[in-house]
Design a protein around this ligand. Structure first.
Ligand code: PMP
Length: 381
């Protein structure tokens, strides 16, 4: 129950365990082509260009920046925690002139502040983290993408902790890049960087004056590969992770079974149940307001007076694995629970039970069963 890598479906793991074929074998060409088509459906972008490249989420972030930025371009980074700061660092490597708008932990940057920045300087790119995995804060990307469009900037959504869990409608919302990694709500073991890029952003990349300063990330190398596989033709630039891509096909198909609407609602319900449970136990979540809390994970402050190490150890003894804090300033003051992807109602119930039990074992007085009741009331509604 950590916010990634998540627990994977047996069918996904079985797909990974099949013999590795050549990356130009007919079965694999089909699988790769299918994955690209399925990504458009999950991202809700009929016309975007999907990319599947071996690497982690940071590579996906890197690919967007490397291909869309040239030295001296202005970037506005909207930072709600750890990964916003990473994006600022990354853009600076490409010689961009970066301005960071940082939110206090648990908060978001006000829209007026974003609009003021966009109205003051001409930005090429606006980056934002949909769900900051360090804080569990979720921003609303839709009005930010609209503002970026209005002021002539491209928008990049870091959806590593949100794609296939939180509602995202890339095309309807006008988001230029929506990127993620395989190991969270996509439901595939770590190792794939996944992006869908709008045609507008592809045009900006094609109109560059300078070569892309990162060989592996360069769309020039990858675009012909994606186009070839989608046309069911073999291609080679770098050997693709054949087994991970086989697993991706299975997972994307399974995500689409309930339809994206069903997927979004399922995550909302589980998240709401978990938040209700911790609230009923007298615990406080890190996001300052409920509407800022993610549906893929939750960050919760430890109650006063308990030893985090003892608490986490007890949760582990209950056969549930949760994560500690990540934000340097508050690291020892909160824990994180992932509830995305294949997490079931029963997984959530087991987690709440383990938390209740461990709070008591760590010396905190709370009413055993109160969290379970609050969660059940929502899950069974
Ligand atoms: N962005 C967000 C929001 C993340 O949660 C993470 C990983 N936890 C990353 C980027 C980086 O992804 P990776 O660790 O796969 O490089």
């Amino acid at each position: 129950m950590i916010p990634g890598p998540i627990e994977f479906e047996p069918a996904v793991l079985q797909a990974m365990a099949k013999p590795t074929t050549s990356h130009v074998a007919p079965n694999f060409i089909d699988t790769f082509g299918n994955c690209l088509e399925l990504m458009r459906k999950v991202w809700l972008s009929d016309t975007g260009q999907p990319f599947i490249v071996a690497g982690s989420g940071t590579l996906a972030m890197d690919m967007a920046a490397a291909n869309l930025l040239e030295a001296g371009d202005r970037v506005l980074v909207i930072a709600t925690g750890y990964f916003g700061d990473r994006y600022a660092d990354l853009c600076q490597r490409y010689g961009a002139d970066v301005r960071i708008l940082s939110a206090a932990p648990g908060e978001t940057v006000p829209m007026e502040t974003i609009e003021k920045a966009l109205a003051t300087d001409q930005y090429k790119l606006v980056t934002m983290t949909h769900v900051d995995t360090a804080t569990g804060v979720r921003i609303d990307p839709k009005p930010i993408a609209k503002l970026a469009q209005q002021y002539g900037a491209l928008s990049v959504l870091d959806g590593v902790c949100s794609v296939a869990g939180e509602e995202i409608r890339q095309e309807a919302w006008g988001l230029d890049v929506v990127l993620t990694a395989s190991q969270k709500a996509i439901g595939v073991p770590p190792g794939l960087a996944l992006l869908v890029v709008s045609q507008k952003a592809m045009q900006v990349y094609k109109n560059r004056n300078s070569v892309v300063g990162n060989y592996y990330a360069d769309f020039t190398n990858w675009l012909p590969i994606m186009e070839a596989y989608e046309n069911r033709r073999p291609a080679y630039f770098g050997t693709p992770p054949v087994n991970l891509i086989a697993a991706l096909e299975v997972s994307l198909q399974s995500i689409l079974l309930s339809g994206m609407e069903g997927r979004f609602l399922g995550h909302q319900k589980i998240a709401q149940a978990f938040r209700a449970a911790v609230k009923a136990l007298g615990l406080v979540i890190l996001p300052k307001e409920e509407h800022l809390a993610a549906n893929t994970m939750t960050a919760v402050y430890y109650p006063e007076g308990i030893d985090p190490a003892v608490f986490l150890q007890h949760v582990g003894k209950n056969d549930v694995i949760i994560a500690g804090g990540l934000l340097p300033a508050l690291k020892t003051r909160y824990f994180r629970v992932g509830h995305m992807g294949s997490v079931t109602n029963n997984d959530l119930i087991a987690t709440v039970a383990a938390i209740e039990n461990s709070l008591v074992q760590s010396g905190h007085s709370c009413k055993i069963g109160a969290g379970l009741k609050a969660a059940q009331d929502i899950l069974t509604a």
